[in-house]
Design a protein around this ligand. Structure first.
Ligand SMILES: [Zn+2]
Length: 490
């Protein structure tokens, strides 16, 4: 196929005159603006040809045309032939996919049938899935995969939902989204709907991603796509906060697919064109300061854990960090104590530290740990006359490794190009997501968004706007198909 397209280009470049060039030059999709977001329709143009974005620079097309070529010597011609042949290879997947009838039908089907996925997203979002409490939502997802024909869909021993759609060769692409939310069980997860706008805890992060897995499976089935790659759908547990990526860690380190995964996509949250190919490393601690405790007045003079915690915070909060590599920290929660008139016997805090660079993160961690020692020591010295001493427990509650996915990798190119094909303007990025784990293992992985618009993630006013949300699913389908093509080229 690749050779055929390559030869077609060569034939075209050599034989046809410039009047036919328009069929091969860039045909821009029809743009329109909606809600300030640039989108494109998949339509046919006025001569019944599919509108495809052919990433062939016009200048290059000009050079290919012997009519336009000012250097028509046979030597130059041979050179250009070779150049054209080489350059045609990566163009193949980009130029042909939207011309494919099967693909175009599938994309049109997604748009026509999209309303059901908005309903399904609401249903998923209304099943509570706090950290370490994802089971009910996992059962729902497993049953959704089963009802779509993957009868072997199951929940693994960590709690991930696993559903395999077999391909024809020994290559496995994981398409995943996370089951868990940041919201505790007691929070109301009812979704309020106002037209295209949905309001609800976790509606974007990551009910949007979960529903896209089901939509992708439907599109692959409806279009009868026989991918080379095995598509392994995975709904992971423990992506957020204290979950510490436990689901994806299990998938890659212990589960039955460990060492069998070739590429990984995480669909996380609403939105458009970012292709996350860098992993932010993070380290999280729970610090507990422990003392004897006593009456606020009667025992006055003994060491006070709350005072020590204050010292620690005051030291650490003054830490300067570089802007580049982006490095951040936050004391996210503090707690402890018994009553206003009691010297507490223990107080605690939880701290999040992140950096794009492992070495910088290690440096920050060192500074943090010495702030802890300094703060505790200060209180011990200040109250030493009492003969009491504080103790401190430093517990790592999060450790996310870093990594990068090459922009040359099939999965990155597929993510980038699929976004271009739906009229987006893709860009790369760095974040802390399920992709951290495969990236840290050198397995190409990217995190993309599910489409639609969303905001307020991890906030009580989280929202999702389903206007044109079908484009996100079209993009995901194209991405998976392009990955298949690019991988077979490699
Ligand atoms: Zn998320």
């Amino acid at each position: 196929m690749q050779a055929v397209i390559g030869l077609a280009f060569l034939f075209h470049s050599l034989v046809y005159d410039s009047s036919t060039r328009s069929t091969f030059s860039t045909v821009c999709p029809q743009w329109y603006n909606h809600g300030g977001v640039r989108r494109t329709h998949f339509l046919t143009n006025n001569v019944g040809q599919p509108e495809a974005r052919l990433l062939l620079p016009n200048r290059l097309a000009d050079i290919w045309h012997p009519i336009n070529n000012p250097f028509r010597t046979s030597l130059k011609r041979s050179y250009l032939l070779l150049l054209a042949l080489v350059l045609t290879l990566p163009v193949k997947g980009q130029s042909s996919i939207l011309a494919d009838e099967q693909v175009r039908t599938a994309l049109a089907g997604i748009e026509t049938n999209y309303a059901q996925y908005v309903d399904l997203q609401i249903t998923i979002s209304e099943i509570p899935a706090p950290p370490f409490g994802e089971h009910e939502r996992a059962v729902f997802m497993r049953d959704q995969f089963r009802s779509r024909g993957i009868t072997s869909a199951h929940i693994d021993s960590e709690g991930n939902v696993i559903a395999l759609r077999p391909g024809s060769i020994d290559r496995t692409l994981v398409v995943s989204a996370h089951l868990d939310t940041v919201w505790p069980l007691e929070d109301d997860v009812t979704v309020k709907r106002d037209g295209a706008r949905l309001m609800g805890l976790g509606i974007s992060d990551d009910a949007a991603g979960l529903v896209s897995l089901l939509g992708l499976l439907d599109a692959l089935e409806a279009g009868d796509f026989n991918t080379e790659s095995h598509i392994l759908f995975v709904a992971t547990v423990g992506e957020e906060g204290i979950g510490d990526l436990r689901g994806v860690k299990y998938l890659f380190r212990e589960g039955s697919y460990a060492n069998k995964i070739d590429a990984f996509i995480s669909v996380d949250g609403a939105g458009g064109d970012r292709v996350v190919n860098g992993a932010t490393a993070s380290k999280r601690y729970k610090i507990t300061v422990i003392g004897p405790g006593g009456h606020s007045s009667g025992a006055f003079g003994i060491v006070n854990p709350a005072h020590a915690l204050g010292n620690i915070i005051s030291h650490f909060a003054a830490t300067a960090v570089p802007v580049e590599p982006k490095t951040t920290y936050s004391i996210g929660r503090i707690g402890g104590g018994i009553s206003v008139n009691t010297i507490p016997d223990s107080v605690w805090m939880e701290v999040d530290m992140r950096s794009k660079e492992v070495a910088t993160l290690a440096e920050l961690e060192k500074t943090f740990l010495s702030a802890v020692d300094m703060g505790v020591n200060q209180e011990n010295v200040f109250r030493s006359a009492s003969g009491t001493q504080l103790e401190v427990d430093k517990k790592v509650i999060g450790d996310r490794p870093t990594g990068t996915t090459s922009e040359e990798s099939a999965i990155y190119r597929a993510g980038f190009q699929s976004s271009v094909l739906v009229g987006g303007e893709p860009f790369s990025g760095t974040s802390s997501t399920d992709s951290n784990i495969p990236m840290s293992l050198g397995i190409p992985a990217v995190t993309i968004s599910a489409g639609g618009l969303g905001g307020g993630a991890h906030n009580v006013d989280e929202w999702y706007d389903s206007t044109d949300a079908h484009i996100g699913l079209q993009r995901l389908l194209l991405m998976v198909l392009l990955f298949d093509q690019y991988s077979s080229v490699e």
